[in-house]
Design a protein around this ligand. Sequence first.
Ligand SMILES: Nc1ncnc2c1ncn2[C@@H]1O[C@H](COP(=O)(O)OP(=O)(O)OP(=O)(O)O)[C@@H](O)[C@H]1O
Length: 359
Amino acid sequence: MMLSVAIRHDFPGFSLDAAFRAPPGVTALFGRSGSGKTTIVNAVAGLMRPDHGRIEADGRVLSDSVTGRFLPPHRRGVGYVFQQARLFPHLNVRQNLLYGRWFARGPGADFGRIVDLLGIGALLTRRPAALSGGERQRVALGRAILSNPRLLLMDEPLAALDQARKAEILPYLERLRDETGLPILYVSHSPAEVARLATTIVLIEAGRIVAAGPAAAVLSDPATAPVLGLREAGAILTGRVAAHDSDGLSRLDLPAGPVWLAHVEAVPGTVLRLRILAQDVMIALDRPQGISALNVLPATIRDLTRAESGVLVRLDVGAETLLARITQRSAKGLDLRPGLAVHAVLKAVSVAPGSVGTG
Ligand SMILES: Nc1ncnc2c1ncn2[C@@H]1O[C@H](COP(=O)(O)OP(=O)(O)OP(=O)(O)O)[C@@H](O)[C@H]1O
């Protein structure tokens, strides 16, 4: 399963020229307001017809300006989840879910499995008015999946939810990503959400794609930091939960070494994704002694990039990449340069629970 998009379209005062591929997993379309994300999603859904280009899903042409082919939305096999759940108020949860089924191509996903996956078994007889925002959004996800789509489009599905509801629904999105094998095109404004969910990231600015590729590589690329915002720049690392210590910390084993963080609700053996902001990483030439930060990883400097008044240092840690944001004075004072072996010091507190997701 693969979605491939190559389209050009002109609105008065705005031109979109975008080409990218979305493999199975979550492909996050990230960019500022007005950069063209929704236009792309609408073109894939068949809600707008691009002037030029071609969109293909799973080897099937959805639209092609050369041949004039343009499949209507209901024939595209696309599940769409919007910011608002848009459930039918007069139908209960089961009926809303079965409505998705009605449009399914072929036998479709197993009802019971999807209900379990989304944790909505206890809600089946309720009407949407009796659900929380997070529950409603889970039902909307279920309805989209039960239509047995070739791909899922999600346009800011969490934007209308508060932090607690977002935290509640993120694990379900992770399960969908990991268990359905569908390409999910996911529009988001939130770097934290993207860092947690995305397997592929497409960064878009003023209708042009400025970076696209595997999430870890795009996030740790200093060139993308200005688009994400310097405060949000950072890398993702993966680690396996090794132990829960009696003093309330959990140990994760990363390829580069162990890392301790505030207790994580996950059984040993679980693979987790950690987001580490560039501003929370310090660099030391020697392994520091007598320091309160618990987490020190051996690293090698790959490159240094000027960013506003500071410097972004890209570090190789094991086979992964970390980003540190330091001052020009420090970079000069320590004589940092590519190839230099250093130590990356991470503050334990910098790994926020909200940034931990299954990898
Ligand atoms: N039907 C239309 N007619 C004219 N201009 C349009 C139309 N649809 C979108 N645009 C313009 O295209 C640009 C991209 O809009 P789009 O909704 O794709 O951005 P976005 O990245 O999804 O933004 P947001 O994050 O705010 O939803 C904007 O400048 C918008 O005003």
